[in-house]
Design a protein around this ligand. Sequence first.
Ligand SMILES: [Fe+2]
Length: 320
Amino acid sequence: MLVPVAVAAAVTTALATPSSLTCALGPSWQGLHGSLGPARRLQWPKKQKQCRRKVYAIDIRAQFELKPPPYPLDALEPHMSKETLEYHWGKHHRGYVDNLNKMIAGTELDELSLEDIILATYSKGDLLPPFNQAAQTWNHDFFWESMKPGGGGKPSGELLELINRDFGSFERLIDDLRSAASTQFGSGWAWLAYKANRLDVGNAVNPKPSDEDKKLVVVKSPNAVNPLIWDYSPLLTIDVWEHAYYLDFQNRRADYISVFLEKLVSWEAVSSRLEIAKARATEREEEEERKKREEEEKTSDGGEVPEIYVDNKSDDSETE
Ligand SMILES: [Fe+2]
């Protein structure tokens, strides 16, 4: 789901003071491009600014939580073992969340959503230190929700229609996902994403309008990088870091990918994400149209007023 990760409010002190906001809250994910600005470069390290919101007797400070998978740790057996979940979620994912919280404490990032932190610290590929921790936190939340007990099978409805339109067939999509996941050299991720039509993606180097707009695409990414930084809407991911499969499959990544696609993937989650992605794309298009209209109206309002000349001589002559 493309929603900000909930932050936990930690009560740190007890102050008998009235409500006051000691620093500006960060923009929402959807508002990031407009308010923070994708091309804005953060200075790092930041001065140790305390971003704390004092609400009467409570001093609240944002912390990201380690979200549990939406099923028990043994629920994916026998395809993904409880032991793998205990290490992958309980140790690796937890490590990313803990490190992220330590790295952003007291910085400008402290009050941003997880997505905003990812976009701000990607910095056109010149990664700032918290990027890997933030992106890996987001990627793993997304990965757990990409699977379900009794998963696999075939999608239906609009998702299947778009798959057939953009890949030719469901089997071709599976081949493309399998290929992306198996050929990602070293650690990384394979993705199915919805590529909306965006003319201005200042944070990323490569996206330009193309025939691929408003289509489903399969992409792969190294290390912690995810399609959010290209302004794509991720729909599905396969974690191909070795820690995702080594306990169950040792070095047989191809077997792990097959089991993921045949037994674990949740096409229901992908369908829900597609609906959100399309709604978001429509909302952005309407917003861009509205801004364009406002600009045009401003231009026409501020344009030169046509001057009206009165030919007095001619009027006089007529009266004479
Ligand atoms: Fe992982």
